[in-house]
Design a protein around this ligand. Sequence first.
Ligand SMILES: O=C(CO)[C@H](O)[C@H](O)COP(=O)(O)O
Length: 232
Amino acid sequence: MDQLKRQAAARALEDVRDGMQLGLGTGSTAKHFIELLGERVRAGLKVIGVPTSEATRADAERCGVPLTTLDEIDHLDLTVDGADEIDPALNLIKGGGGALLREKIVAAASDRMIVIADDTKWVPTLGRFPLPVEVIPFGLGATRRAIEKAFASCGVSGQMAVRKAKDGHVFVTDGGHWILDAQLGRIEDPARLAEALSAIPGVVEHGLFIGLASSAVLAGGGGIRVVERRKP
Ligand SMILES: O=C(CO)[C@H](O)[C@H](O)COP(=O)(O)O
């Protein structure tokens, strides 16, 4: 599986050009991309990156990839990031690694987003992977009830749990927030659910990435498949 992730990362690297300003994703697949990008930088490629998490910042620094912030530059040419699920419209579930907020800010600031993944992430309908919803700890009960109402209005339901870290304590995001993971099974209308969740005070962000991915690079046993998003 790790080999497939690296192959997808290597294919995305082919789209990187000298002088590009890059969004750097988070997760095990994105980490392969950063390692391969670091090799190219050490060989003379000039790029600058904005990391989507503190973990990615550390990886990029270790690999020698120069970094900046979205305060210092006004746009990104390309973001390369992983995903937890990808549907045929290239809508995504992200946030398995807890970095969904910065990942979405960076993807939205980018001209293009390439999603890199092994092909097990490709699904006909989103929802088998628990949907991460990043929330403010204050008023969690009220936020939770509002999320349940939003789910019902979009025809989905399922268990929701506050994400825990490996040590058993509540997982805290880089932004100091908590994550509710919702087991929804099938999300028939992800765009509608995304809108309903975004309207809730207390929800900082959610893991539905609608219309952000430009293409997906999927690595599987039979080779690499590149899927472009169809223009609406
Ligand atoms: O959204 C993410 C982190 O917030 C990751 O991109 C997603 O979890 C995929 O990770 P991996 O490449 O390790 O499977």
